[in-house]
Write a protein that binds this ligand. Structure first.
Ligand SMILES: O=C(O)c1ccccc1N[C@@H]1O[C@H](COP(=O)(O)O)[C@@H](O)[C@H]1O
Length: 225
């Protein structure tokens, strides 16, 4: 089974290259001023072009952005996909998708089974889901907090739900997350940073190695070797 891997919060050519070299399927760029990973559209444009040239799908991450901001990002950065990480309604997701003609990944904060029911109103509207942890109390950010949720909750998701598992992943826990949830995609940001907003090529490489190791182990176990 294939696995999409998104490295999020990229802001330098070196980090793009490390993500692409490791085999990232998606590269995320944060357009949210309060984030230490925030990039201006003008600065993100050449980075996104670099990721695209390496065959990586580019994702613009926004939080309750208005049309003017989304217009500017789409015009300048030309992302392949939009990630809506705020409290966007199903109607807003549909409107954004129609206005820009781009696939939309809608993010949800998960802390219990009831949170997964919220996805239902977005089925057939969002192209994909991103399931993240609830931000810790007092956090200024809706994502990128390095916090995980109970991955076993995902066992109750419909098998055909297309999502990325996100929140607090790193090289040390991604194998366990894959084993418990078996997601179609994973997303990491602070787990591959040496400090908030500073991506570390060594940590990115370690993350991909941990994913490869875990997948190999699962394959071996499935074959009963
Ligand atoms: O990373 C941010 O600063 C951010 C800001 C605003 C919205 C979303 C953000 N990040 C998203 O959250 C996930 C999880 O991050 P982490 O791995 O727990 O640090 C990240 O991949 C982004 O999609």
């Amino acid at each position: 089974m294939s696995l999409d891997i998104k490295i999020c919060g990229l802001s330098t050519p070196d980090a793009i290259d490390a993500a692409a070299a490791g085999g990232a399927s998606h590269a995320g760029f944060i357009f949210f001023e309060r984030s230490p990973r925030n990039v201006a559209p003008d600065a993100a444009a050449p980075l996104a072009a670099r990721a695209k040239a390496a065959g990586v799908v580019t994702v613009a991450v926004t939080v309750d952005a208005d049309d003017a901001m989304l217009d500017r990002i789409v015009r300048t950065v030309r992302p392949d996909m939009l990630q809506l990480h705020g409290s966007e309604s199903p109607e807003r997701v549909a409107a954004v998708r129609a206005r820009h003609g781009l696939p939309v990944m809608k993010a949800f904060a998960i802390s219990g089974r009831d949170d997964l029911k919220k996805l239902d109103a977005y089925r057939g509207v969002a192209d994909r889901f991103l399931l993240d942890a609830n931000p810790p109390k007092g956090s200024d950010l809706p994502g990128g907090n390095g916090v995980s949720f109970d991955w076993s909750l995902l066992a109750s998701l419909d098998a055909d739900t297309d999502y990325m598992l996100s929140g607090g992943l790193d090289a040390g826990n991604v194998g366990e997350a894959l084993g418990i949830a078996g997601p179609p995609g994973i997303d990491v940001s602070s787990g591959v940073e040496s400090a908030p907003g500073i991506k570390d090529a060594g940590l990115i490489e370690a993350f991909f190695l941990a994913v490869a190791e875990a997948r190999e182990q699962r394959q071996t176990a499935a074959l009963g070797v």
